[in-house]
Design a protein. Structure first.
Length: 234
């Protein structure tokens, strides 16, 4: 008799797990880095057992106790981080439940979102740099939407993107740089983050004989090679 956990996963089942992960993130159960890691793992999972590992420490969708009915909370004002001839840095564990603003005037602002609990469906940031630097650190694998303008300055993204078609977290940045820089960088371009090893990673190693991050790097390298081949006309 076939082991139920060995049954092949369908696209619909993968998407259902991704939605469960997104809800868990909004509930404050996962950091942005954990959400990104598990989302990518869900899309590459091939069996029910592998999908189950990603949600084994999370409540089933709709299983959480219902809170008393309340009126929707009014939208909170933007939270600002300002560095004027100085530095402003936010790292570690923190909560994002509103839009963010970063202003650097002859100074530096660093926002590290990797360990943040993101309580919204999208992180929206207004970044203004005047002869200063705004640096936003995100997990590799998120989608970054960078817009705005740079005058005698620079705005750029250096993040390893997820494969096309994945419903991964989105960070939207509206950047204005005047003789300054606004940069959005991923793990590979920042000081490594020491992620806690969840139980699903240990089980993943047993199933595949490799770490999830190693597998993710291999998948991205394969994707880059395919893109190079396509550009070369092969």
């Amino acid at each position: 008799m076939t082991d139920p956990g060995a049954v092949r996963a369908s696209d619909a089942e993968r998407e259902a797990v991704v939605e469960q992960l997104r809800i868990a993130s909004v509930d404050g159960r996962l950091t942005l880095a954990e959400l990104t890691d598990r989302t990518e793992a869900a899309y590459t999972a091939t069996t029910h057992a592998e999908l189950a590992l990603l949600t084994q420490d999370l409540p089933a969708t709709g299983a959480a106790p219902m809170a008393p009915a309340q009126q929707a909370a009014p939208k909170r004002k933007r939270r600002w981080f300002v560095g004027i001839m100085g530095d402003s840095k936010r790292r570690g564990t923190w909560r994002i439940d509103q839009e963010l603003g970063a202003v650097a005037v002859m100074g530096d602002v660093v926002l590290d979102l990797r360990e943040a609990e993101v309580r919204t469906n999208m992180v929206e940031i207004l970044a203004v740099s005047v002869m200063g630097d705004v640096k936003i650190i995100v997990p590799d694998g998120v989608n970054v939407d960078l817009d705005g303008m740079a005058i005698m300055g620079d705005k750029r993204v250096d993040v390893m993107e997820a494969a096309p078609g994945m419903n991964v977290p989105v960070v939207r940045v509206q950047a204005y740089a005047v003789m300054g820089d606004v940069k959005v960088v991923g793990d590979s371009q920042a000081q490594p983050l020491r992620r806690g090893l969840g139980g699903w990673r240990e089980h993943w190693r047993r199933l595949h004989g490799t770490d999830w991050h190693d597998m993710r790097r291999q998948l991205r390298e394969a994707d880059r090679q395919i893109r190079r081949d396509l550009r070369g006309g092969y």
